[in-house]
Design a protein around this ligand. Structure first.
Ligand code: SAH
Length: 390
């Protein structure tokens, strides 16, 4: 196995269990190492530090996956890591009424670049890097061994792969996948289209926020902006909402939202489905609402366009705050990695100032527990959600 020596002054993050090692951290990287090739990292005094896979000669050269020098990388290696990650979800997330969750969250489950989501009896996987893709065969075999599944589908049609010069791919890796999978979440049913849906089909990372939302919706007029397939709407109706307006730019998502509302036995007659731009809807709306959800796609996709993204968040939050009734609550989210929780909180405080309405923080959420993050790995943070009262 290739050994790479870490410069003494660059040991800190590796010793602190950060999962990335940048190319400048090494004294030298020999030519010819293939993406995916296992490497040992050692200090300049020859002490073993960590193991990982080589990914690229630029930027993040090595992604770490272990601290056991004797470990070989093969199907068993992947099975052990998947088993550990899976058991954590089985213990902490799965229960009667909840059978959909993230099984593997990349770096933070010591499988950098790999995402595995479980939807009832089916798995959806994403390979984000060249290095992890090299191990696809072993990973799929390990998944089939550890998790009883009827089918595995790949949704590696994601933009992050461009950084590694990889095209997006999607397709069946094993078994069969129905057109629509019915999952259960906190006792509610949702239809998930893993082939065409966004991300891997469902926003599993919002499970806990959706559940929290239900307590605010008794007799409420709810506005669910960026509603996707109606996740927050179903919980809002369960909490006793008198009316729910869903706004999304995707007609297919709204169609599923309607079906999800019916599937859970709620009256779709109480609901409106508006296909269009949520920013414009918020600008032109003249009604008020008792509970508003804002869960937009990431407005800051690129650090260099931070200001534009921040302006976008301010605009929608200001418009929503103006539509909030006297006792209303706003559940506002941002899934931009390049905006921290404290920056988002500050932005929302500015919104309160702008609309002359001091906003009171009721609850703060980040990722659900099936999206764990290594404490050291702040780069893995993206989601934050503030529940504020007007
Ligand atoms: N809250 C949802 C997830 C929202 S994901 C849930 O719990 O499942 C973001 C959604 O925003 C997607 O459904 C996408 O179609 C929609 N979207 C993106 N741009 C939009 C726009 N300008 N106006 C309205 N919806 C938009």
């Amino acid at each position: 196995m290739v050994t790479l020596t870490v410069k003494q002054k660059r040991i800190g993050p590796i010793a602190g269990c950060h999962p990335w090692a940048f190319s400048q951290a090494f004294t030298k990287i020999p030519d010819g190492i293939q993406p995916g090739e296992p490497v040992r990292l050692e200090s300049e005094n020859g002490l073993f530090l960590a193991s990982g896979y080589f990914n690229s000669y630029s930027q993040i050269a090595v992604r770490l996956w272990g601290y056991d020098e004797a470990e070989d990388v093969n199907e068993d290696f992947f099975a052990r890591r998947i088993e550990r990650a899976y058991q954590q979800r089985v213990r902490y997330v799965e229960r009667p009424g909840t059978n959909a969750y993230r099984v593997v969250n990349g770096e933070s489950d010591f499988l950098p670049g790999l995402i595995v989501d479980k939807y009832a009896d089916y798995l959806v996987v994403q390979f984000h890097t060249r290095g992890i893709e090299f191990w696809k065969k072993e990973i799929v075999a390990a998944l089939e061994r550890v998790i009883a599944t009827k089918g595995i589908y790949e949704r590696s049609d994601v933009a992050v792969r461009k950084a590694d010069g990889l095209a997006g791919i999607a397709g069946l890796l094993g078994g069969t996948i129905p057109d629509v999978i019915t999952i259960e979440e906190n006792g509610f049913k949702f239809l998930v289209d893993v082939r065409h849906g966004q991300k891997t089909g469902f926003f599993l990372d919002q499970r806990d926020k959706r559940q929290a939302f239900a307590k605010y919706t008794k007799d409420a007029a709810v506005l669910n902006c960026f509603s996707y397939t109606g996740g927050f709407s179903v919980y809002g109706l369960a909490g006793g909402a008198r009316a729910v307006t869903n706004v999304d730019s995707s007609e297919a998502a709204l169609q599923l939202a309607k079906e999800n509302i019916l599937l859970n036995g709620f009256d779709a007659g109480k609901c409106e489905f508006v296909c269009g731009d949520a920013k414009t809807y918020l600008r032109d709306c003249s009604e008020t609402f008792d509970a508003i959800v804002l869960d937009p796609p990431a407005f800051i996709r690129d650090r260099r366009k931070r200001q534009e993204g921040i302006a976008g968040y301010k605009t929608i939050n200001e418009r929503a705050a103006r539509l909030l009734s006297g006792n209303g609550i706003l559940a506002t989210c941002s899934c931009s990695t390049h905006l921290s929780l404290s920056e988002f909180r500050y932005l929302i405080s500015e919104v309160g100032g702008k609309v002359r309405r001091p906003l009171k923080l009721l609850e703060v959420y980040t990722h659900g527990i099936d999206h764990p993050r290594l404490v050291s790995f702040t780069e893995g943070d993206y989601l934050k959600c503030l529940f504020v009262a007007g």
